[in-house]
Design a protein around this ligand. Sequence first.
Ligand SMILES: O=C(O)CCC(=O)C(=O)O
Ligand SMILES: [Fe+2]
Length: 261
Amino acid sequence: MEKMINGIRRFHDQDPEVRKMFYTRDKTKKLKYHSNADLYESPAASWRDTLSCVMAPDVPKAQDLPEVCGEIMLEYSKEVMKLAELMFEILSEALGLSPNHLKEMDCAKGLWMLCHCFPPCPEPNRTFGGAQHTDRSFLTILLNDNNGGLQVLYDGYWIDVPPNPEALIFNVGDFLQLISNDKFVSMEHRILANGGEEPRISVACFFVHTFTSPSSRVYGPIKELLSELNPPKYRDTTSESSNHYVARKPNGNSSLDHLRI
Ligand SMILES: O=C(O)CCC(=O)C(=O)O
Ligand SMILES: [Fe+2]
């Protein structure tokens, strides 16, 4: 975990000329680097630079990744995928299903890795590092360095998540909410703009289905969970029609709103 944080810090510490080689706002690219993700959508751009890469199911080649962090991104992905499989087994059991149920739905198959850097912001009270949102994933596994900033919305209050580089944070995403028919609820969170002196590093591993078999797979509330007393709360959707879900919505609306029955 420490090696991963250091590798991502090395990437963001590089000369802009080197980082520029990876810069793109083309959403179809598997590897991209950009600043202020919501630049053209939000009233105040998020104070953040992000290197993101689709790491699974198609594993990128080391030589296609940035030299200073490619190896560790590949190594970290492998470990985080093992952890996700285990977590999906536990979550399946918590739903009263067989341990392999969520894995067999390919919940652990697609990995989109977002390697963030939140540079010190000269006016941190005028924007965010990341505005309020829920993750458009089944599950997100989050690694932070020792700089705080992440907050979760609980009972109407924003609560600081204490930074701990030796811990991982598991966030339920919108798609787990959908297939569990609201048994698990995705977490509203935000990241304050960095008011400190040093850049804050975090790595968010999004387990998603978009990159697995686009358009073919249909997701809806798991049939085994439904009954007369627990009717489906969402319509079925394909990965194609929900393709936008990895993008953040500046208005903070859930990506599930348009699917709710
Ligand atoms: O940096 C963080 O702590 C959280 C990042 C995040 O929420 C995201 O990438 O969706
Ligand atoms: Fe998030």
